[in-house]
Write a protein of this length. Structure first.
Length: 135
């Protein structure tokens, strides 16, 4: 199993999926991390100047990040972790969250800052998915 974590420094989980610079991909075998790999990720900096829709058009609207351009950006952001089954982040837009799920990657929004602690909690089945942090 491979778990991707959004990070800027390799030690802590980024609070925002779109702004994070890297993924730390941790390969887990029999409950133990056996490999760590840093991968660059596309993010808001690469998409500067492009249309960034906020589809908040009244009650029942989809919300941030569900327009076609955003879905394409989310796909580019996830393209380097398609071999991962889980993504840990400190926060993200609702559109990105749904795009990851559609790509077969389970996003988990955590309030745990340290990567190793969050992975241990996930593997133990004790990591809460804080979807209230979606925007």
């Amino acid at each position: 199993m491979k778990i991707a974590v959004v990070t800027d420094n390799g030690q802590t989980i980024s609070r925002h999926f779109g702004r994070a610079l890297h993924y730390l991909v941790v390969t887990v075998d029999k409950g133990t991390a056996v490999n760590r790999e840093r991968r660059d990720k596309a993010g808001h900096a690469q998409f500067a100047g492009q249309v960034h829709e906020h589809e908040h058009h009244g009650e029942g609207a989809l919300g941030h990040g569900f327009d076609s351009e955003s879905r394409q950006r989310h796909g580019r952001m996830a393209s380097t972790i398609t071999d991962c089954s889980v993504l840990l982040a400190g926060g993200m837009g609702a559109g990105a969250y749904e795009s990851l799920k559609q790509a077969g990657i389970t996003p988990v929004i955590t309030d745990i800052e340290k990567i190793d602690e969050a992975i241990a909690a996930y593997l133990a089945g004790n990591l809460t998915d804080h979807t209230e942090r979606l925007h």
